[in-house]
Design a protein around this ligand. Structure first.
Ligand SMILES: Nc1ncnc2c1ncn2[C@@H]1O[C@H](COP(=O)(O)OP(=O)(O)OP(=O)(O)O)[C@@H](O)[C@H]1O
Ligand SMILES: [Mg+2]
Length: 477
């Protein structure tokens, strides 16, 4: 769970600090930087896995090809001079981790703060494309005495916090940076009890990837591996009708892709497979729960649904029995219905945990169905008053939107208003950059910090003049 993100110098995130709870909705006009927040989260997730160059190329809007220009990611990156991106994530990581070789180990602490600074290195000849360099990297446990101050969203200490925050000491460090003359080294510390040897150190200037992404052994570094696993679980869901409609063979992966692929195979697995971690599922009950949730969408009239294997063609097909008597494969459904159905399946899948970012969930949804959609994305996130588990999957959701209807339906505590506001750049210029304002009086609001009120949201809730639909009889005469 990502509880806080601090970003400096990434795209139009000149200097932002965001507190996340189980559910967050970032609302704002076009071009304010809502998706850039998702890009920053996604960038951190890629950096936990890939080289600096590969991670940079995968970010939305970056040049997108080998040899692409990393300056796309830096605030005002094409201006001469030094450029740095600083990313900080405070996160609650899984307590038990399995590394790539199947070694299972326990993290020393689960509430961690990860700091990363990247710099742009110009090409030595002044020609060609520069590259990304590692300037600073740190991973520390949040001190036991600071937990309450850092975990600000409303939650139950007994049911929630004590289940997910485990083992905090007073001074655990896992990665630290040291500068020596003009060289920078990252030290890799073993978990508690393995301090007998000096920690290996890595020359930051030579690193092609983050040190965190290069640590793979859970036996000696379980907490670093747990942080990696957590960051790898941050995903951006972009449900695509073509992927949602793609057929699933018997051998298809049985979990939903970020574009909605493998919907039928996922639901089939949920219904028929007994997962000992999450308990025995009753096949009919699984289908009934998904069908029930789908029927919240008015205009769909679903009686029941089920996945049917076709042994001759070796395909799995999701069929819907409509109330009117029609039986149709799910691929015949409308785009909006298919997206809603995919989220209903996600909701009932206890194996889906971690952070899910979702762009504009209102897309393709009729205004009458907005309440059902907002309730569904909210319900996807963990209930922090209860213990996380099979019936309360440990999931976090961040959505963004520019729909007044969504803003109106969200709990003000869950809202952040995205605006571009004048800010002072490191070189002294006053420039326009992303600001995220919490609702006045909500847990996200800081004493004395800027907030928004109902009066500020009103312009969002009012459609611009001329945007209202008119019936032809009104426009005539
Ligand atoms: N490297 C950069 N430096 C400074 N600003 C940048 C950089 N890259 C992008 N931007 C700014 O970010 C803006 C786009 O932000 P983003 O795509 O997050 O908008 P959005 O809020 O998601 O909008 P929409 O609602 O249209 O999707 C651009 O208009 C541009 O001003
Ligand atoms: Mg966007």
């Amino acid at each position: 769970m990502l509880t806080r993100l601090e970003v400096k110098g990434f795209k139009n995130l000149l200097d932002v600090k965001i507190d996340f709870g189980p559910f967050t909705c970032i609302a704002g006009a076009n071009g304010t930087g809502k998706s850039n927040v998702f890009d920053a989260i996604e960038f951190l997730s890629y950096l936990a896995d890939e080289t600096l160059a590969e991670a940079a190329q995968r970010v939305r809007g970056a040049s997108g090809s080998p040899g692409g220009d990393p300056r796309d990611l830096f605030w005002d990156g094409y201006r001469d001079g030094e450029h740095r991106i600083s990313l900080t994530a405070e996160m609650i990581v899984p307590a038990e981790v399995e590394d790539d070789l199947g070694v299972i180990a326990k993290a020393t602490a689960t509430f961690l703060r990860y700091d990363l600074v990247l710099e742009f290195k110009s090409p030595p000849t002044g020609r060609g494309v520069g590259r990304l360099g590692l300037a600073h990297e740190e991973l520390r446990a949040v001190k036991r005495g600071d937990i309450a101050r850092h975990m600000r969203f409303p939650h139950s200490a007994e049911n929630f916090r004590d289940t997910v925050v485990i083992g905090q000491g007073e001074s655990d460090v896992f990665l630290t940076t040291e500068s020596w003359e003009d060289l920078t080294f990252i030290h890799v510390h073993g978990d508690r009890g393995s301090h007998d040897q000096p920690p290996p150190r890595i020359a930051a200037g030579k690193a092609r990837r983050t040190v965190l992404s290069s640590v793979t052994g859970a036996d000696s570094h379980p907490t670093i591996v747990a942080a990696r696993r957590e960051m790898q679980s941050w995903r951006r869901l972009a449900l695509e009708p073509s992927a949602l409609r793609a057929p699933d063979g018997f051998a298809a992966p049985r979990s939903l892709g970020t574009d909605g692929r493998h919907l039928a195979a996922t639901l089939f697995r949920m219904a028929v497979e007994t997962d000992h971690d999450v308990g025995v599922q009753d096949e009919e009950a699984v289908y009934a729960q998904v069908a029930d949730r789908l029927s919240d969408l008015s205009g769909v009239g679903v009686e029941s649904l089920r996945v049917e294997p076709d042994p001759a063609r070796e395909v799995l097909t999701l069929y819907l029995q409509e109330r009117g008597g029609l039986r149709l494969p799910a691929r015949a459904l409308s785009e909006g219905t298919l997206r809603f159905l995919a989220l209903c399946v996600l909701l009932e899948d206890p194996t889906v945990t971690g952070l899910i970012c979702m762009e504009e969930p209102e897309n393709g949804i009729h205004p009458a169905n907005l309440p059902a959609m907002v309730e569904l994305v909210r319900d996807l996130s963990v209930d922090a008053t209860e213990r996380p588990g099979a019936t309360n999957p440990y999931r976090q959701v961040v959505i963004n939107t520019h729909a007044p209807g969504v803003v109106q339906l969200c709990d003000p505590d869950d809202l952040l208003l995205a605006e571009t506001r004048p800010q002072r750049a490191p070189d002294g210029r006053v420039v326009s950059a992303l600001s995220l304002l919490p609702y006045r009086g909500s847990w996200r609001a800081k004493q004395g910090g800027p907030t928004f009120s109902k009066a500020d949201v009103i312009p969002y809730l009012v459609a611009p003049p001329g945007a209202q639909l008119r019936l032809s009889s009104e426009t005539e005469g």
